[in-house]
Design a protein around this ligand. Structure first.
Ligand SMILES: [Zn+2]
Length: 177
């Protein structure tokens, strides 16, 4: 898994994939997108954001049970989600470790070249792949068949559209209403 760049430290400046840069103090926890000088909006994610920002809690629970996070990073969470995104799109994600910086309230921050809606779709696609992988290793052909049937009807952009409409994303922890 890709490691965030260290050291960041106090008042770090984050180099964005588009060539612009942003001061970490300009990124607050309630932010989902950063309106960049390049004219694009870039998705902003922090380690304090729960993975349920992207997928429902029950799916997060399934992922926690099935995805092996055999390292010191703890149970499956936003850090793992963004690690997978960085593996898929290495040139399109900037990240910074700011745990030394007491002022910001988060330890890790990621800013992607694409906007938060596109990031949401990317995350859901990757989560589906993770689950497919987990199911295929479960040695249960019924489960695999059920999963594949369920996925035939699964429309990622539609899911994302609905999820974003139904959930409140305004707060730093954006839990279900
Ligand atoms: Zn930009």
């Amino acid at each position: 898994m890709a490691e965030p760049r260290v050291p960041g430290g106090r008042g770090a400046e984050l180099e964005l994939p588009c060539g612009e840069s942003v001061h970490v103090h300009d990124l607050d926890m309630g932010m989902r997108e950063y309106d960049c000088d390049c004219g694009d909006a870039h998705a902003v994610v922090m380690d304090v954001h729960p993975p349920s920002r992207f997928v429902p809690e029950f799916l997060v629970d399934v992922l926690r049970e099935t995805v092996d996070t055999a390292d010191e990073t703890g149970e499956f969470g936003t850090m793992h989600v963004m690690g997978v995104v960085m593996e898929e799109f290495p040139g399109e994600v900037a990240s910074e470790n700011v745990e030394e910086d007491q002022d910001v309230g988060y330890s890790l921050v990621w800013v992607t070249d694409f906007d938060s809606r596109r990031l949401h779709e990317v995350v859901v696609e990757l989560v589906v792949e993770l689950m497919e992988h987990a199911v295929s290793h479960a040695d249960d052909s019924d489960a695999m068949t059920q999963f594949e049937e369920a996925m035939l009807d699964f429309d990622v952009p539609e899911f994302v559209e609905q999820y974003r409409r139904e959930r409140d994303f305004s707060g730093p922890h954006d839990t279900a209403r």
